[in-house]
Structure formats: structure tokens, C-alpha cells
Design a binder for this molecule. Sequence first.
Ligand SMILES: [Zn+2]
Length: 458
Amino acid sequence: MYLLEVDDYRILIDCGLDFDLDEKGRRLLYEEQESVFPFEASMINIVLLTHAHIDHSGHIPNLFKEGFEGRVVCTEPTLALSELLLHDVARINRRRVDSMSQPGKKKKKKKKELPKDIYLEKDVADAMNSFVPVAFGRAYRVSEHVKVTYYPAGHLLGAAHIYLEITENGQKKTLCFSGDIGRMNYPLVVDPGPVPQADYVICESTYGNRTHVDTKSPDDALMDVIQRTCVDKPGRLIIPAFSVGRTQALLYVLNRLYVNRKLPPIKVFSDSPLAHASMRVYQRFYRMLNRAAREFQEDNGELFDFENLTFVAGTAESQNLSNYKEPSIIISASGMIQGGRVEHHVAANIQNPYATILLIGYASEGTLGWRLLNGLEHINLKGEAVKVLANVEKIDVFSGHGDLTDLENFIRQHDADKLKKIFLVHGEPESMEFFRSVLNGHHYQHVEIPERGSSYEL
Ligand SMILES: [Zn+2]
């Protein structure tokens, strides 16, 4: 979340929810403070949203609740995906609220006021009324002094780099916010696109100290795991995956394998209603996907659905998957095994030596995904220490963030002599420090790693 002030016009770039975890590894949704924001929400004039992921969009309904009256500007697919994701948070919040007001207690006590950062379905619906879609590659004037252009960033359907041209007292300044930077040749989404030279660049640095080590294509990497875990040793393959972005990439690759007659005749279960809804958005905006995906859609009429695939709808149906004894693949959220239906699948199979849990993305410390990745022999399930007998594997090809090379490529579009400053954001400290040293090596001398809450005059 970045607040940009041009005279007295205030622009917020992204408005994300933090994924802080408590000691039990639960996501913290409650903050006991006066306001969710370190500024007055009603003073903001406009929000520019790079993409739909909750760590970029998740606080938007709270901004409206606290008095924001402006527009939220984003691409059309970002609008559609944000609506799904924000409603998903509202549903989680609703369950929290219901569990806070246990029956019996609430009659005696006065109704407890909700924590500030809790929003519900109606708040999301209200916020969505103020979303305005824009096209890629077109400059829009948002105020007398400010023009904004969205450029494709890869990463997720609709994701953008945001480029701002600010003219003040006859002087022009340009800023480029990277948003999340995708990687080259990722299934479905386009490669991160070029942006014009900027004076200031605000760049993400998730993988600023990492180079992806894929030696195989997504198809081959996935097929290799399926062969070993569902065919050679006939078992169950459980893939925890984020519902929006990651699951679509997986299902599309599986569909491609199916169409190319490489996929053995095993059942694939996609167990996430949010993933299913997002798939329809991907399907609807397929013209904005990469060329291979567009051609696949035109040849096959379907990006995701194939004969062996079952979409699991209800929770009862989800629980019943344990009774399906044939080799199968279960794809379910969340990706870090932190909440969501996949928790149940992992619990049901953790002591099954014929089961494999395949992690395909980043898992933050404290999550069950992180503990499995770090080879813990016992994990805690419902208060009991359970020995891990299932196999745990990891592949890198489905990670949606660009690596060090992709980040370098993004910066190197900007001439070092013309670039006044680079701000590194959205990364662990070690990752940002390493990335800075690499950039310094490329003669980018003015690289800043800002503290949270600090301000700069440009
Ligand atoms: Zn993202």
C-alpha cells in the first residue's frame, strides 16, 4: 500500500491485507486499533490497483468503510477476480463473526462491536460499485496533473505494472510501480511486458535472492510426479494450491497433458469453489492470455475442463474424497496448507505411505506447508502429534513470481543514468539486500529499501 501525494491529490497504489500469522499459524484478521490505516481514508482521492491478490486488494472494503468516496481503477479481469477474492474474505470474516457470538452468550451481553478490519458481504458489494475498469496500454488522466497507464505484468490474469506521469509547474516526473512481476513462459498468462523509462521505480523483490531451478517444462515436471506417485506406486497425489492463479495453471497443464494423451486414466478432483469461479473468469477473458493458451482454447473449446476432471462443490462431497480408493489427484486450497479444504485432505492422508503431498509454491514460516517442506517428522493435528508417513515433494515451475533474473530484466529496461531512484519493496530483508547488491553491480547506485511507514519527497 503506497500513498502518493501530488499537491493535495492523494493516490493510493494497492490496498493490501497483511498475511500476519499468530503463534498457532492462523492468519490475523483482527487489529485492535482505531483505524485500519495510518492515514485518513476520506482524504484519499483514488485507488490504483495492480492486481487482484489479497495482499494487494484485501483492505479495499475497509477503505470504503472508513470514508473513502473515490474510484478503484484496475483492469477488467482484475475487477472480476477482486470481486471473487474479496467476497471470499467476507465469507471467512462471516464465520469468525458467527463464532464470536456463540448462542447463549449474546443475550446476556450487549452485542460486541466488530473489530475495525472486519468486512462482510455487503461491504464488498458496496466497494465493488466504485471499481472502474481500464484497458492495458492506454493513458488515462486521473487528475489535472496525473496520467496513468497500465502495462501487462504477467503473474496473474489482469495483473499490471502501473506507470504514472506527473506534470507540475511545467516539470514532468514519471513513476513506475511494478506490482508483482510474473515469470517468462508461465502457463496461461502473458510474459511481463515492457514499460517506458521512468524517473522512479518501485519494485517488488519476493525472489530477489533466488533463481528458479526448473530444468523441466511445467508439463514434464508435473507428469514426472504423476508417473511416480499415481502410476508406479499407485497412490493419491494431493496438491495444495492457491485458488486464483496457481490452480488454473495446474488444471490447464493437466488438460494439455490429457489432450496430448500423456495423462494416465486417473481421476483429478479440483476441490475449491473459489478456484472454480476464478476459472470462469479466466475462460471469459481468454483473449488476454498468452498465445499458446489462446490457441489451445480455439482448438479445444475449453481451457480447463477434461473428461477425468471432477469439480467438487459441497463440503460433504469434499470429505467423501477420502473414500475414493483408486489413484487420484486432488487439487485444493490453500497453497500453504493454512486453512481451506486442503487441511482436511492432508490430515486424512498424512499417515498414508501411498499418498504424496506436492508443494508448488512459497510457504511462509509457521504454516503447515512450511513444516512439511522442512521435513518435520511429526506434525500437530487437532492437538495431537502425528507422524508424517506420506511423501512430501516440491516443484518450482508453478511459482507465479519472477526470480532474480526476471526482476533484473524489469529494472534494466530503465537507463541507469536517467533513473533517479529505485525503491525495493514487497520482499524479505535478505532478498531485498541481495537484490540491491546485484543492482549496484549493474551501476544502479540509488537503490533504497524503505522502512514501513517512511516518506520521501521526489
Ligand atoms: Zn500477486
